[in-house]
Design a protein. Structure first.
Length: 167
């Protein structure tokens, strides 16, 4: 079993010292989705939601959240992100919206939490903007898809339940 890096020898939570780690290019991608009634999805697609452009607002909220991850997750380092991209795609098959993100940094620690935070807040924003039409929406499937850079190597999610690959 891998030792948890955010727990010291006595079991107390601590912030990892990354001062001696190499500065490398680090990238992480994440995904999630919001499942809703077809009528709610039609409202988003039409652009007639009372609060405004749902998908544009969710993208901006996700980007802003990634930049503030260190304020939300207690032991995260503040990162000077070089890129955050959030995409919101209508998916009739759900029905709902699929959200993906990519976060990049040149630094001493990874950006997985920033990518996951971007997706989470974008999904929450979608919910908030159309909750008056559909309080039964579900936010599902938030997960890390891939990460690269750093000492632990690359990771790519496997679609089998509970499985993942690390290289």
């Amino acid at each position: 079993m891998t030792r948890l890096t955010h727990v010291d020898a006595s079991g107390k939570a601590n912030m990892v010292d990354v001062g001696d780690k190499a500065v490398t290019q680090r990238v992480a991608q994440a995904e999630g989705h919001v499942v809703m009634l077809p009528e709610t999805l039609a409202l988003i697609r039409s652009g007639e939601a009372r609060k405004g452009d749902v998908l544009a607002t969710a993208r901006i909220a996700g980007i802003m959240a990634a930049k503030r991850t260190h304020e939300l997750i207690p032991l995260c380092h503040q990162l000077n992100l070089t890129k955050v991209q959030v995409d919101c795609t209508i998916d009739e098959a759900l029905p709902g919206v699929r959200v993906t993100s990519e976060a990049r940094v040149t630094g001493q620690t990874g950006v997985e939490m920033e990518a996951l935070t971007a997706v989470s807040v974008a999904c929450l924003t979608i919910y908030d903007m159309v909750k008056a039409a559909d309080r039964g929406m579900r936010i599902e499937g938030i997960r890390l898809l891939a990460k690269s850079g750093g000492k632990s190597g690359d990771f790519r999610a496997d679609d089998r339940p509970g499985a993942a690959t690390t290289t």
